[in-house]
Structure formats: C-alpha cells, structure tokens
Design a protein around this ligand. Structure first.
Ligand SMILES: [Zn+2]
Ligand SMILES: [Zn+2]
Length: 180
C-alpha cells in the first residue's frame, strides 16, 4: 500500500465519492503496485479490451496510464470552443471519467471545464438557483417548464440522471440531465 496522498483531480475532485474510483487490493497494470484504489470504469479506446478495475488513480493523474496504454478517460465531444487545448487534454488524459445513461458529457463555464461533483440530492435539484435553471434552459434550447418537469421526476438512481458540475471560476452549479 502506498502512503502517497490521493491524487488531486482538477475536474473530478472526489472520484471515490462519485463512485468512479473505489478501494481495491488490485495491482495496477501500469505501475505494478497495489496502491489501495482502482478506477472502476473502462477507459476510452478503440479496442475491445475492458480496462475497468485495472488502473490506479495515481497513474491516471500523472498521465502514465494514458500514454502507456494509448487510452483516454474522460471526454466531451461538444464542449465549449473557448476551452483551451490544455484543459481538454487534462480532462481526457488525466481525469477519471464517470458513467451516465447516454455517455459522458462534461459542462464548461468561464472558458474552462467545470468540476464534476456526481449525482445531486433531490434537494439540490429542487432548490436549483435561477442561474442554474437559466443555464440549463439555454444549453438545451428549452424553457423552465421542461426543467420543472424533469426536476420533479428526479429520484437518485432511477431512470432520469442528473450530474452536477461546478464552475471553478464563478461557482455556478450546472446540471447535465439524461435518461435511460
Ligand atoms: Zn498505477
Ligand atoms: Zn463560471
């Protein structure tokens, strides 16, 4: 077991809390060490291999896993154009991803990627701020009635998924919403 501090992920600050990294005695296939935690999800790659429960979060954080295995972890194909290449690279190559019904989507704000905080509570959705609802309506080209309907149907773990993102610069909370 390593005594190293858990790595710091700018865009996914607590991947254990969000359920994407878990405690494990497994030996990481990249660093060959059993460091106490493993990434629970598959990586993004062209092959058929499944990389879930094989890679430690330290090898994600320092980019070793991405370069050694030619894989990526988190990605969003339609992210804001104002986000820098550096930020996109940190997201795809050095950030643990998450699982959603329709594939990962990472939100951006203030010209940067937002940090992913996992599934919100019912209260966090029902008490969303006017700015949060406005951002969602603008991003989805719809109006507040649709938001209210989705929000009132939200039950964590059921068939509508809400995913929480927080802007690292202004603190705006945004939700990505999808369904089974
Ligand atoms: Zn490792
Ligand atoms: Zn912002």
């Amino acid at each position: 077991m390593s005594i190293n501090a858990f790595p710091n992920f700018r865009y996914h600050p607590d991947p254990v809390a969000t359920g994407n990294v878990g405690p494990s005695t497994i030996t990481c296939r990249v660093c060959q060490q059993a460091r106490g935690y493993v990434y629970l999800r598959d990586a993004i790659h062209a092959g058929r291999e499944d990389y879930s429960e094989q890679i430690c979060p330290w090898c994600i954080a320092d980019g070793r896993a991405a370069s050694a295995l030619d894989i990526a972890f988190a990605c969003s194909l339609d992210i804001d154009e104002s986000v820098s290449e550096t930020a996109l690279e940190e997201l795809s190559l050095r950030t643990p991803g998450y699982v959603s019904f329709q594939g990962q989507k990472w939100l951006a704000h203030c010209s940067d990627i937002c940090r992913f905080l996992g599934d919100p509570s019912v209260e966090q959705v029902s008490q969303a701020s006017a700015a949060t609802i406005e951002a969602w309506c603008a991003a989805n080209g719809t109006d507040e009635a649709v938001w209210l309907e989705l929000a009132s149907d939200y039950v964590p773990g059921a068939d509508i998924g809400f995913y929480t993102f927080e802007c690292l610069h202004c603190g705006l909370i945004q939700f990505h919403v999808d369904a089974t």
